[in-house]
Design a protein around this ligand. Structure first.
Ligand code: TGC
Ligand code: FAD
Length: 390
């Protein structure tokens, strides 16, 4: 794994700036040094490796595109994508932690928060001093978050928050949570809930076969008194959390390429070394078909992500374009992981190689941030004008 080579079949590097390449190299070197050697054991033990938090902050993974005045890295969207790609080459769970912190916690505070909220939270989140989680999904409302029942009431000098969120990345150790809840009129608002507030608990979800190196849990609110200054005032309605998802889904479209590259690279090298019937298995047509299709799909995914990044830099990317890239690239990565796993034969099921871990991780990635089917329906709605959700 330490010999990782990132395929660039269409000379896409020529379309990147020197700064993009430097940022990617820094992230790649850090993943190789600090993530790859420990991640398999962390996944086997179902533990989030907290020791990597300072490193994530150092490579700019917490708020890559958040302005420097708030502690962010002040980078463009392609740099953000490249960082996500490199992290997910290491592990989708580590990328999840970065996605949540950046796009689901820092982004809403930056975009929908007050100046006081930005100054209080963003520098600490960018430095990894505080970790955040994002509570949208509920036990009975996953694909349909508009149906949420978590709610808050105005009690004069504070809000009273009740309800529960399920499947929340980073919840077990988060210091702050951006929580989406309905007010008395049924309008969705974002609230910043802090660990230590009475009635707020974060039990961990155990026995996952996927994203084992990422901590997942619940957010439970029992009559939690939330100070009024913790409401995000500048946007409400379902469009507020969905705007955060746009940013996270974009990062996932890049991240999935990293996981796919790692599987392809591992399978390619194995195919040249593993001898059966007197030949390297890479000399057999059936194995070449797998590798040729993998590099074709990775190349297409790279072009999709890069063009989307250009559109995002110009503030022109639509939510439907982001859905298409998230859906295509995660599906691509999962299919490559499954094929690459087979190419390693029995070795493919072991932790000696990263493929099975990527494959199991990607089963979550294809479900969270909008399932594979929900993103297809978003494209369907966009091209036909007919809403097939309801
Ligand atoms: P709909 O009526 O279509 O829209 C409601 C309002 O939202 C606006 N909107 C968007 N705004 C910004 N970005 C988007 N992507 C938007 N999509 C819609 C829309 O214009 C409307 O605004 P307004 O002003 O008219 O009110 O809403 P709907 O209830 O029909 O739902 C649409 C649907 C199904 C696409 C949406 O609910 C959806 O995307 N569902 C999937 C849920 C989901 O993705 N959950 C993710 C939870 S977080 C997570 O998984 C984190 S994983 C963490 C990690 O990376 O580790
Ligand atoms: P459901 O919505 O119950 O869907 C079940 C199936 O029905 C799916 O195949 C779906 O595609 C299909 N379906 C649903 N509606 C339709 C329809 N209209 N038409 C056709 N098919 C449909 N959420 C957060 O808020 N924050 C987080 O940090 C977070 N982290 C996560 C981490 C992990 C490891 C996982 C697994 C999930 C996480 N999620 C998080 C939740 C995730 O976003 C949801 O699991 C996802 O949105 C799907 O919701 P659901 O699991 O309730 O499935």
């Amino acid at each position: 794994p330490d010999l990782f080579e990132a395929p660039d079949y269409y000379n896409i590097d020529d379309l990147l700036t020197e700064e993009h390449k430097l940022i990617r190299e820094a992230a790649r070197a850090w993943v190789k040094r600090d993530v790859s050697p420990i991640i398999e054991e962390a996944a086997q033990n179902a533990e989030f490796p907290k020791s990597i938090i300072p490193g994530l902050a150092e490579i700019g993974a917490f708020g890559p595109y958040i302005p420097e005045q708030y502690g962010g890295a002040g980078l463009d969207q392609i740099s953000y994508g490249l960082i996500m790609q490199e992290i997910e080459r290491g592990d989708s769970g580590v990328r999840s932690t970065a996605s949540v912190q950046s796009s689901l916690v820092m982004y809403p505070i930056w975009k929908y928060g007050t100046e006081a909220q930005r100054n209080k939270y963003l520098p600490k989140l960018a430095a990894g001093e505080w970790m955040g989680s994002f509570g949208l999904t509920e036990p009975d409302h996953g694909s349909n978050p508009a149906g949420m029942v978590t709610n808050f009431k105005d009690k004069g000098d504070h809000y009273l928050l009740n309800g529960a969120k399920l499947w929340i990345s980073n919840s077990p150790f988060c210091d702050v949570a951006v929580v989406w809840a309905k007010n008395e009129e049924g309008r969705i608002h974002g609230l910043i809930v802090e660990r230590g507030m009475e009635g707020f608990s974060t039990p961990e979800t155990h026995n996952k076969w996927s994203l084992r190196a990422s901590a997942t849990g619940e957010l439970i609110f029992q009559d939690v008194k939330v100070p009024k200054e913790n409401l995000l005032p500048n946007k409400s309605g379902l469009g507020a959390p969905l705007g955060c998802l746009d940013s996270a889904r974009y990062g996932i479209a890049w991240g999935a390429i990293g996981a796919a590259m790692d599987c392809y690279d591992t399978a390619l090298r194995y195919s040249k070394e593993r001898i059966q019937f007197g030949k390297p298995i890479g000399a057999f047509q059936l194995q070449q078909k797998k590798l040729a299709e993998m590099i074709t799909e990775i190349t297409k995914a790279q072009l999709l992500a890069l063009r989307l990044g250009q559109l995002k830099n110009e503030d022109k990317a639509t939510s439907a374009q982001i859905s298409m890239a998230k859906r295509n690239n995660v599906d691509m990565a999962l299919k490559i992981a499954r094929e690459a796993r087979q190419m390693l034969g029995g070795m493919g099921i072991t932790g000696e190689y990263p493929i099975m871990r990527h494959m199991m991780n990607l089963e979550s990635v294809i479900t969270y941030e909008g399932t594979h089917d929900i993103h297809l329906l978003i494209t369907g709605l966009d091209v036909t004008g007919f809403n097939a959700f309801k």
